[in-house]
Design a binder for this molecule. Structure first.
Ligand SMILES: *Cc1c(COP(=O)(O)O)cnc(C)c1O
Length: 222
């Protein structure tokens, strides 16, 4: 099936309140153009250099999401235009995003990445580290970031019950953090979880943003 057909089918299957980030990393600009022409405006990339190169040549009304590990020294390159950064995993990174956003008189939306998967290759805060960060109050003194929720990945396994359990944990943590630190804050509303192989389970477990690459663009060539 074509990118257009994949998108149409996927979109038709999603509840209205779930945002689709089309993960276009490693795919050429032509592939993004096809998705754009099919109506897609929200794209996700995981490498700063690739993202800035694509942003330069693609239409200005695209909403760009950064979803991969982000080095502090790369923040300045994406700060002028990035819509949301899903992968914040340290106070240092948060401070740098705040600083660069201020330079451009912007407020950058961020998600705190939480590590729940049974794999040590995945980035992110443990639930305790995340609560420690929020207890420190440091994030609440930054005027050029908006903390909009949390992001997570489940273990890459065929065991659907384990995946569900991990998404369930992420949703519980989201609710707890919301209640404790963001009770009257309407911006803290996003739970970014679910990829090509597990997004239907993520949606059942209350995901609000799914990040889907392969099911739209096909396999990546690294
Ligand atoms: C690549 C990537 C995705 C998309 O993965 P697919 O399996 O291709 O849907 C989602 N989230 C993150 C953080 C990624 O790096």
């Amino acid at each position: 099936m074509s990118i257009t057909q994949n998108l149409v089918q996927l979109k038709a299957s999603l509840p209205e309140n779930v945002k689709l980030v089309a993960v276009s990393k490693f795919h050429p600009v032509e592939a993004l153009k096809e998705a754009y022409n099919a109506g897609q405006r929200v794209f996700g990339e995981s490498r700063a250099q690739e993202l800035t190169a694509k942003q330069k040549v693609l239409p200005g009304d695209i909403e760009w999401h950064f979803i991969g590990p982000l080095q502090s020294n790369k923040v300045k390159d994406i700060a002028p235009f990035i819509y949301m950064i899903h992968s914040v995993d340290s106070l240092k990174l948060l401070e740098e995003i705040n600083k660069q956003a201020a330079k451009h008189k912007r407020i950058i939306r961020v998600l705190l990445e939480i590590h729940v998967a049974e794999e040590d290759t995945k980035h992110g805060f443990t639930p305790d580290e995340c609560k420690e960060l929020l207890n420190s109050k440091a994030p609440f003194n930054m005027e050029n970031i908006c903390i909009c929720g949390i992001m997570g990945m489940a273990t890459n396994t065929d065991d659907a019950e384990q995946v569900r359990k991990e998404f369930h944990m992420l949703h519980n943590l989201f609710s707890e953090i919301k209640e404790t630190y963001f009770k009257d804050n309407r911006d803290f509303a996003e739970l970014s979880m679910g990829m090509s192989h597990d997004y239907p389970i993520a949606i059942e477990e209350n995901s609000t943003i799914i990040r889907v690459g392969t099911s739209i663009f096909g396999e990546r060539e690294y």
